[in-house]
Write a protein that binds this ligand. Structure first.
Ligand code: UTP
Length: 300
């Protein structure tokens, strides 16, 4: 079955980015001139996922408005003949079918994904975290979709991180498996959420892209709150990894070697803005020239 649904959780509290996220979801913070969430929806659509469900929280309105038409603004730009800006305004409206469902309380990523059960039904689906950007020049999601179709299980994205940083992530124990397209495709044998460095089974961190078997919903319904009192997606995936294929089990990983930015983290957010801006044809040349001069002043 071809996967065509994407679920994008965007209901977290975003406490690392306060006070900017007091009344604005972190997924709406601009990365150059587009909110982070638009890059994520564009990535889903580019991979063929034309049915997108956003899981929203308290500040749902700005997110919903961004994917809706704005007749007054569009009419004003049209009257001025500013077709370039008009096209930019319309880009987010024309991306595909974007739906919304509310997560009443931020009870964790697993709980957020569970809100998609009714919309998704009994098909495999992708989950893209709304604050996690994969550089559009690097390939990840379509490799994961292909691996899910080949194995029939669930697939997660992994990133090698310095061992001292693994305690900030979910961590995977892995092994090779027959049928892997390359050594960066692995089978997951165990998963642990934010382990202390000396107890981590590897330096492979789980990042915000998943392709999940629908069996995950039943597992999530039976997953007790874990770390931080939240229902953790990692705990549900650990259960799935131990289930037989006949029950929707089996979890595989794709090690990603490209550029990824966690825009919910202030330092990573700044790096994302700079790295994306330097390569933009409209801003890049001027920004690079300025950045070169500016970095000189730092070494003085
Ligand atoms: P994070 O752990 O990065 O989100 O969740 P957070 O809790 O908002 O972050 P901080 O630590 O307080 O800054 C990863 C993703 O899961 C979503 C977030 O919006 C983000 O996209 N999420 C998290 C939910 O949708 N619901 C939740 O209950 C928790």
């Amino acid at each position: 079955m071809t996967i065509h649904k994407a679920v994008i959780p965007a209901a977290g509290l975003g406490t690392r980015f306060l006070p900017a996220t007091k009344s604005t979801p972190k997924e709406m913070l601009p990365v150059v001139d587009k909110p982070a969430i638009q890059y994520v929806v564009e990535e889903a659509v580019k991979a063929g996922l034309d049915d997108v469900l956003l899981i929203t929280g308290r500040s749902k309105r700005t997110l919903a408005d961004h994917f809706d038409a704005v007749p007054e603004l569009e009419a004003a730009l049209e009257a001025k003949g500013d077709l370039e800006r008009l096209a930019k305004v319309r880009e987010s409206t024309e991306l595909g079918h974007v739906h919304f469902v509310r997560q009443g309380q931020p009870k964790g990523l697993g709980h957020a994904v569970l809100q998609a059960k009714h919309h998704v039904g009994q098909e495999p689906f992708a989950v893209l975290l709304g604050d996690d950007l994969i550089d559009e020049r690097d390939e990840l999601l379509s490799t994961m979709l292909a691996l899910q179709e080949r194995t029939g299980g669930s697939v997660i994205a992994l990133l090698e991180v310095p061992p001292a940083q693994i305690s900030m992530y979910g961590c995977a124990a892995v092994e090779p498996f027959d049928g892997a397209a390359d050594p960066d495709q692995v089978r997951i044998t165990a998963l642990v959420e934010k382990p202390p460095a000396d107890e981590a089974p590897s330096n492979l961190a789980i990042i915000g892209r998943y392709v999940l078997h629908p069996a995950v919903f039943e597992v999530l319904e039976n997953t007790a709150p874990g770390r931080g009192g939240e229902i953790q997606l990692t705990d549900a995936l650990a259960t799935l990894a131990g289930l037989p294929a006949s029950e929707g089990g089996g979890v595989y990983g794709v090690v990603f070697r490209g550029r990824r930015y966690d825009t919910g983290d202030r330092l990573d957010y700044l790096k994302a803005v700079v790295q994306i801006a330097v390569d933009r044809p409209d801003l890049g040349p001027d920004f690079r020239a300025w950045l070169g001069e500016f970095s000189q002043t730092l070494s003085d």
